[in-house]
Design a protein around this ligand. Structure first.
Ligand SMILES: [Zn+2]
Ligand SMILES: [Zn+2]
Length: 152
C-alpha cells in the first residue's frame, strides 16, 4: 500500500510504501508544543519505505536531554510538520499521522511519556503505557535551536 503525507497547504508531500512499523502516541511536552495539540501521533517506517518527497521543507533540530538530536521537517509556507528524524533511529522516518488525513489509518498500539499526559485524555487500557520514553528521552525542557536549514 502506498500512502502520501501532505502538509496543510499541499506543497510538501512524502510518499511511503508498505505498512508502518509502529504507530505511537507521545504525550511529551515537546510534542505538545510542536503539534499545538495535547499529544502527538506518529507512524514510523524504515527510511527505505520513503518513495518520494515533493516540495520544500524547513528543518528544526533540537537536542533531547540525553544529547541526541531530533529533527522535524515542516512546510515553510503553512508551517505544518510532516516528518521527523531522530539520531537514535536515523534509519527511520516518523510521520505525523494527521498528515495522511485518513481516519482509517491504523490505530496506535502504545503511548509514551504518560507522565505528561493531560488527565482528561483517556486511551485504551490495553495499550502499553510508558511513564517516559527510555529510548529517546525527549523531555523538551532543555531544547535549543542549533540549526535551521532548508531540506533539499
Ligand atoms: Zn504547506
Ligand atoms: Zn514526544
Amino acid at each position: 500500500m502506498t500512502r502520501v503525507a501532505v502538509c496543510s497547504c499541499g506543497q510538501l508531500a512524502v510518499t511511503l510504501s508498505g505498512e508502518p512499523r509502529e504507530v505511537t502516541v507521545c504525550h511529551c511536552l515537546q510534542c505538545q508544543k510542536s503539534t499545538g495539540s495535547v499529544f502527538g501521533v506518529y507512524a514510523f517506517w524504515p527510511s527505505s519505505a520513503c518513495r518520494a518527497t515533493a516540495g520544500e521543507a524547513s528543518c528544526w533540530r533540537r537536542f533531547s536531554d540525553s544529547g541526541h538530536w531530533v529533527e522535524s521537517y515542516f512546510c515553510p509556507t503553512c508551517g505544518s510538520t510532516v516528518y521527523w528524524r531522530t539520531e537514535r533511529a536515523s534509519d527511520e522516518i516518523g510521520i505525523g499521522v494527521g498528515s495522511f488525513a485518513d481516519p482509517g489509518f491504523p490505530a496506535p498500539t502504545a503511548a509514551v511519556w504518560d507522565s505528561c499526559r493531560h488527565p482528561w485524555v483517556a486511551l485504551p487500557a490495553a495499550w502499553p503505557r510508558h511513564p517516559a520514553d527510555a529510548t529517546s528521552a525527549p523531555t523538551g525542557r532543555n531544547f535549543r535551536q542549533v540549526d535551521v536549514h532548508p531540506f533539499a
